[in-house]
Design a protein around this ligand. Structure first.
Ligand SMILES: [Zn+2]
Length: 268
C-alpha cells in the first residue's frame, strides 16, 4: 500500500463514500483508516468552499459512553480522560484556528464541555447501526433528564466500547472508517467514535491518543460542516479533517489531528 498514489486513495475513498452515504449524497464525513501514505501530496490543491449550511458557533460537547465496559478499567480511565480532553480543547488554540471559517451568520468561537453520561441500557450487541445510535439519542433526549436538549450548538459524542462494530450505511468501523459525524434531520448533531481496536484506527498511537486524534477530527468537522457537505467542503478532498487525516500535533497535553487551513494553504 505504501506505493499507492494519492489519486488511487482518493478514488477508493470516493467510491466507498458514494456507496455508503445515502443521506447526504457523497459527502465524506468519516475518519478514514490510517494508511502509510496519508501525507498530503496534492495534485489539485485543497480548497474548502462554503455551501451556505449551518456551522457550530459555540460548541457544547456532551459525551455518551455506551456500554457497561466504560464502568471498568481501563475504559473508565479513558472516558475520564476524554472528558478532560474536551474540557480543555473546546477553549484551546484548536478552536482559535477554526475562526478563519467564520461567516457572518455563524461566527466560530470557543465552546464548552457540558457533561457526560454512561449508558448500560439499551444493551449493545456485537454490532450497532447508525440508525440504532440515532434511535438511542432520540430516546435519551426525550426521556433522560440528564441529557441536554438539542440545539444548533449541542454536539453529542457517542463512544462505543471495545469489540462493538459500528455500521454506517453499509460501511463498518475498522473496515472503512474510525469515526464519523452526522445529523438527524438537521436538528440533532452527533459524532460516533468506535473504540480504536484495530491497526487502521490506532495509527500507531496509544488508544487514548488515537481517540483524541479522531475525536478532534470529528469535532472540527462538525463545527465547520455541521450537516455533512452543506458547510465548508471540498468536492475532491472532503471536510476540513479529511485532507489531513492521521497527521497529528500536540495541543496542551493532547494529541489532535492537523486541520486544513485555506488561509495557510496547509494542514496546520
Ligand atoms: Zn472527516
Amino acid at each position: 500500500m505504501a506505493a499507492m498514489s494519492r489519486e488511487t486513495v482518493q478514488s477508493t475513498a470516493t467510491e466507498q463514500n458514494a456507496s455508503i452515504l445515502p443521506a447526504h449524497g457523497d459527502a465524506i464525513r468519516v475518519v478514514p483508516l490510517h494508511q502509510p501514505n496519508n501525507a498530503l501530496d496534492a495534485a489539485i490543491p485543497p480548497q474548502l468552499t462554503y455551501r451556505n449550511g449551518p456551522l457550530i458557533s459555540a460548541v457544547e460537547v456532551f459525551t455518551v459512553f455506551w456500554g457497561s465496559a466504560w464502568q471498568h478499567s481501563p475504559q473508565l480511565d479513558i472516558s475520564k480522560n476524554v472528558n478532560q480532553f474536551f474540557t480543555y480543547i473546546v477553549t484551546s488554540a484548536l478552536m482559535d484556528q477554526l475562526a478563519e471559517y467564520s461567516v457572518p451568520s455563524h461566527p466560530i468561537g470557543l465552546g464548552r464541555f457540558t457533561g457526560t453520561t454512561t449508558l448500560t441500557t439499551p444493551r449493545l450487541g456485537r454490532t450497532v447501526t447508525d440508525s440504532a445510535i440515532q434511535h438511542m439519542l432520540q430516546q435519551e433526549i426525550s426521556t433522560n433528564k440528564s441529557f441536554p436538549r438539542p440545539s444548533a450548538n449541542v454536539l453529542y459524542f457517542v463512544y462505543l466500547p471495545p469489540h462493538v462494530k459500528v455500521i454506517q450505511g453499509g460501511g463498518a468501523s475498522c473496515q472503512v472508517f474510525c469515526g464519523y459525524h452526522n445529523d438527524i434531520n438537521g436538528q440533532i448533531l452527533y459524532a460516533v467514535m468506535p473504540y480504536p481496536g484495530c491497526t487502521g484506527c490506532m495509527g500507531g498511537l496509544a488508544p487514548l491518543d488515537a481517540l483524541t486524534s479522531t475525536s478532534s477530527h470529528e469535532l472540527c468537522e462538525a463545527i465547520t460542516d455541521a450537516i455533512p457537505g452543506q458547510g465548508w467542503y471540498d468536492d475532491a478532498n472532503g471536510e476540513i479533517g479529511d485532507i489531513c487525516a492521521w497527521r497529528t500535533k500536540q495541543v496542551g497535553a493532547y494529541t489532535v489531528q492537523l486541520e486544513w487551513s485555506n488561509a495557510s494553504n496547509a494542514c496546520i
